[in-house]
Design a protein around this ligand. Structure first.
Ligand SMILES: [Zn+2]
Length: 366
């Protein structure tokens, strides 16, 4: 049986790939395009939407679903990862303390205070289906004391998020069937001890689902499979687990085999805009790499190719256009290139997760 995640705007068949619609849009395509690619849900970013256009504007326009013309589920991203990335690139942009994060907005004098309470308030106000607790992200190679502090803060912030979320549900009189789901993020870097401690404390607080937080790749760009496996084992099998930031097709196949249910990443759409597109040579399988080929549509070798990117793909791009035409659009700097390449890579990821679901009747993970 395929696993499902029932949300206010529909049920997700798991595993599922969720494109990053950071500002309420996946660059170069629209919501109808994404539906045609079999996308079941989008990830939107609370931190970015509260800056632009602002949560009040999104609410005035009917909430995140109406705002984006997207009636399927929306999973929110707390913004913890984005704030962490900004501060990692430029520590002068703000600071993190036990209360939350202060970020100075680029090209402005405005400062944004992101506390656990505010983070939950904004997500509930946007009307998303899954609310994500604020966490303090780390890199897997960060020092032990950094990981230790991140776990301590992540647990404390999750407790505050839980309490704010429950208060808002009571105020809005949302019963168990109407309320969004609340997910917490497990930190701890590469330390199994810290990951275990974080998972245990968050399980005690009780959430509807969990996310694997922190950079999921090691210094060589390989998936930290041992840590991912440990975290999956730490969370009871019936609870959904989101591999945040995992989106390379090979990594999705490997993490799904470990029992991960949800994936989101900007990589497939960013790759597409740069002309890097994916082809399946065989049925996707964990632990192997020979089923996937990368094509660079920018390469001269495609000039006269009358072949689609992937003859087995049912997307608009592959059923209608040849690599030679796509190469021409790229060279001519036509905006349509970005749309067609994005449609294909998104469909590639949704086909991948469809292929990774157990055939009905064979049974899913315990
Ligand atoms: Zn295609």
């Amino acid at each position: 049986m395929t696993r499902t995640l029932d949300l206010a705007h529909g049920s997700l068949q798991l595993p599922a790939f969720l494109p990053d619609a950071t500002l309420g849009v996946v660059r170069a395509v629209d919501s109808a395009d994404l539906e045609a690619c079999g996308v079941q849900a989008l990830v939107m970013n609370a931190f970015h939407l509260m800056q632009r256009p602002g949560a009040a504007v999104v609410t005035a326009l009917g909430g995140a679903h109406r705002f984006a013309g997207w009636q399927r589920p929306i999973v929110a991203d707390s913004g913890g990862f984005q704030a962490w990335s900004m501060l990692r690139d430029n520590p002068k942009l703000g600071s993190v303390n036990d209360d939350g994060m202060v970020i100075r907005l680029p090209d402005s004098d405005r400062k944004l205070l992101l506390t656990p309470e505010k983070c939950v308030q904004v997500q509930v106000r946007l009307g998303v289906d899954v609310v994500m607790c604020l966490d303090e992200c780390t890199h897997v190679d960060d020092a032990a004391e950094v990981q230790e502090r991140s776990v301590r803060r992540t647990i404390a912030w999750a407790r505050r998020c839980r309490s704010e979320f429950d208060k808002l549900c009571r105020q809005k009189k949302l019963d168990d069937t109407q309320r969004p789901r609340l997910f917490a993020v497990i930190q701890g870097g590469a330390s199994l001890h810290l990951r275990g401690r974080c998972a245990e404390a968050l399980l005690e607080l009780g959430f509807d689902g969990y996310g694997y937080g922190g950079w999921p790749l090691d210094a060589d760009g390989n998936l930290v499979a041992e840590v991912l496996a440990f975290v999956r084992q730490s969370i009871p099998g019936h609870l959904p687990l989101h591999a945040l930031g995992v989106g390379h097709p090979l990594n999705v196949a490997d993490a799904a085999a470990l029992g991960y249910d949800l994936f989101d990443c900007a990589l497939p759409t960013r790759d597409a805009r740069r002309g890097r597109v994916y082809q399946f040579l065989d049925a996707p399988a964990a632990g192997r790499t020979d089923w996937l080929r990368m094509h660079f549509l920018t390469d001269e070798k495609h000039v006269r190719s009358d072949q689609p990117i992937d003859p087995t793909c049912d997307c608009l791009t592959c059923t209608r256009y040849a690599r030679g035409y796509l190469h021409h659009l790229y060279r001519a700097n036509e905006a349509t290139f970005q749309r067609l390449a994005t449609l294909h890579n998104v469909r590639c990821l949704t086909r991948l997760t469809e292929a990774l679901r157990p055939a009905d009747g064979l049974g899913g993970p315990a």
